[in-house]
Design a protein around this ligand. Sequence first.
Ligand code: NDP
Length: 241
Amino acid sequence: MNRTAIVTGGTRGIGRAISARLSNDGYKVAATYAGNDEAAENCARDIGVTCFKFDVGDFDACVEGIKKIEAELGPVDVLVNNAGITWDAPFHKMSKEAWDKVINVDLDSAFNMTRNVWEGMRERGFGRVINISSINGQKGQFTQANYSAAKAGLIGLTKALAYEGAKKGITSNVVAPGYIDTEMLQAMKPEVLDGIIAGIPAGRLGKAEEIASMVAYLASDEAAFINGATMTVNGAQYIAG
Ligand code: NDP
């Protein structure tokens, strides 16, 4: 294995589990992050990946960031667009700032990153683009008009890329996690968390490693014929048609 993978937001939560899994599978992994240096240092130390700090919502920062990654680790074969944020509010109270910020970090980022590795993937005749959406992009969610729109947007983007990349050996797929046991959920009130778990037929939260194994499969040669798909990993909480 001599492939290079970028995992955006790869230093914490689900992204960190993806970085760890791909590193363990033999990829040279660039884990990107926004500002939490301590988490990045821990990630580099514990799982031996290289971390790069830049804002995936900023196109020019992505141009520079990808240049640095390629200079250090080589051309990018696998791109996992995982970085994401939430800024929840009921729609009648949602600010333009909350809308713009979530669309920028959760959706524009996928354009900013993918656009800057796409031509290289086409030239080399191989690529894997894996976009991390969400159950709430599939079904919508109260107080998450911005997040649901961004995460649904990733699914449309992925389908279009699947058509365009197919003849060039590039696959583009979505992983749509349900509720995963990460810091975000651990910060919730116990009664809210119990309510969420009660709505999951599997009777538990998902594990970040379960998302990482789906990503690892989609990145592999074995998954070459899977293109434009949305892989739902949610313990049967929402079964998309
Ligand atoms: P975390 O909040 O734990 O981690 C987010 C990561 O993204 C961090 O590394 C963070 O960097 C990075 N990041 C945030 N904003 C930017 C930015 N502007 N530029 C670069 N990096 C950025 O997220 P989760 O692990 O909970 O979620 C990962 C993905 O999975 C997200 O897209 C989320 O929407 C999706 N998801 C999560 C679910 C869950 O249950 N947790 C369920 C469904 C989907 P830093 O550490 O510097 O802040």
